[in-house]
Design a protein around this ligand. Structure first.
Ligand code: ARG
Length: 463
């Protein structure tokens, strides 16, 4: 790149060319070229608006549109020469346009600055990515609903403190994951509303003297509204921070699910099998089948959480309006998007393929006195105060630990040692099925409630 070419976009003011290292150091084209489609989309809308406003002729607009379409095809064919000397995606495309169509190419930037241009590009780009992520997220949510429906009556132990607490249905557990993701999706769609606003028209920071029609550009680009203040329009990156925040929380949820999958595939739990295609072996231990996908998703949480902190720190104390600092917004945002999208895709593929070991889960629930609360509730219904019932059942459990017997395995006379309020109808509540079916209210673990929750979940996902 000659010095002359290098300085063509701002060369008037400069008497020497940029230091070679500074040129490399300040360039962003290596990563922001990823937004080339949105950059061209924004420029085409800007040119359309300028022509309608009488700032460009219709012929000039058509030449710009044609040139930009050809450039897009060159980029997609891998024929485009990206130049670090031209710093970023915006100047690379604009310089190429001028190469192709001459002086008219230089008119495209009328009434615009890279400051409002880049803010527009990121918003267009993120909007597209949010829509793709929403597709993966709803695919995963649908997979959970399908599994939950299948496993509505499958019994497993529910845990607190990772100790067996009460029996639950596997479907109910899957729907707890669904709820986390349902909130993530609410946040994603809410974030999209603030992403979907148009900065173009703010120009460098103060607006422009040309008779631009921002409402028209907004309409052409499908934004919901224009950014109301030009200083804020070029400096606002809240939407990127919001995205990283929801991404961090969503990946954090996936890490919790991952942790359970890792535990459950272990020989010690053996609650589920993951198909081989989501696992790898060990190069030294022939018996190993490692749950790589959930482990890796668990591990990726750290970088997304890190990107949130990067962006918050990037914006902290930044004075209005645009500052070059903001060029640092892209890599954290891009990586947060890619990481979240990848994790969701892997999960959406994997969740439907989980194979529960129903007998093992059931057996684990049977051990561990999971129906102790049911026995206490039974005594309360017979007129015993809850605290006394708690004490009685505690003694029965201590006896069971000593005799290696679950409550449901004790005879009526064994149970009656602890309370004469116990009768032979007690065995209905001591069964696992009796225990889960009794929790039959909205949000409870009963199979009927799981099925009803699946139906409500489908309405949410398909809305
Ligand atoms: N590459 C820049 C960025 O990513 C584009 C805007 C540059 N504006 C400027 N006045 N230097 O933010």
């Amino acid at each position: 790149m000659s010095d002359q070419q290098q300085n063509q976009l701002w060369g008037g003011r400069f008497s020497e060319s940029t230091d070679a290292f500074v040129q490399e150091f300040t360039a962003s084209v290596a990563f922001d070229r990823r937004m080339y489609r949105q950059d061209i989309q924004g420029s085409m809308a800007h040119a359309t608006m300028l022509a309608e406003a009488g700032v460009l002729t219709d012929d000039e607009r058509d030449a710009i549109h044609q040139g930009l379409k050809e450039i897009r095809a060159e980029i997609e064919a891998g024929d485009f020469q990206w130049s670090v000397a031209l710093e970023d995606v915006h100047m690379n495309i604009e310089a190429r346009l001028t190469d192709k169509i001459g002086i008219t190419g230089k008119k495209l930037h009328t009434g615009r600055s890279r400051n409002d241009q880049v803010a527009t590009d990121i918003r267009l780009w993120l909007r597209d990515e949010i829509d793709l992520i929403d597709g993966e997220l709803t695919r995963l949510m649908t997979g959970l609903l399908d599994q939950a429906e299948r496993e509505a009556a499958t019994i497993m132990p529910g845990f607190t403190h990772l100790q067996t607490a009460q029996p639950v249905t596997f479907g109910h557990h899957l729907l707890a994951w669904f709820e986390m993701l349902k909130r993530d999706r609410e946040r994603l769609l809410d974030c999209r509303k603030r992403v979907n606003r148009l900065p173009l028209g703010a120009a460098a920071l103060a607006g422009t003297t040309y008779p631009i029609q921002r409402e028209r550009t907004r309409e052409l680009l499908g934004f919901d509204a224009v950014c109301e203040n030009s200083l804020d329009a070029v400096s606002d990156r809240d939407f990127a921070i919001e995205f990283c925040a929801l991404a961090a929380l969503c990946v954090t949820h996936l890490s919790r699910i991952s942790e359970e999958l890792v535990l459950w595939t272990s020989a010690q739990f053996n609650f589920i099998d993951l198909p081989d295609r989501f696992c790898t072996g060990s190069s030294i231990m022939p018996q190993k089948k490692n749950p790589d996908v959930p482990e890796l998703v668990r591990g990726k949480t750290g970088r997304v959480n890190g990107h949130l902190i990067s962006l918050l720190t990037l914006m902290k104390s930044q004075p209005l309006a645009y500052n070059k600092d903001n060029q640092e917004d892209k890599e954290p945002l891009f990586d947060a998007v890619d990481t979240l999208a990848g994790c969701l895709r892997a999960f959406a593929d994997m969740i439907p393929a989980i194979e529960p070991n129903r007998e093992v889960m059931r057996e684990a629930a049977r051990r561990g006195f999971a129906t102790a609360t049911d026995l206490a509730d039974y005594l309360v219904r017979a007129g015993v105060a809850f605290r006394d019932a708690h004490e009685i059942v505690g003694k029965a459990v201590a006896y069971g630990v000593e005799k290696k017997k679950d409550l449901s395995e004790m005879s009526l006379s064994e149970l009656r040692q602890f309370s004469d309020q116990i009768d032979d109808d007690v065995f209905e509540v001591l069964t696992l099925e009796g225990s889960v079916s009794a929790r039959n209210h909205v949000g409870g673990t009963a199979p009927d409630q799981v099925r009803a929750a699946v139906a409500r979940g489908r309405e949410v996902v398909n809305a």
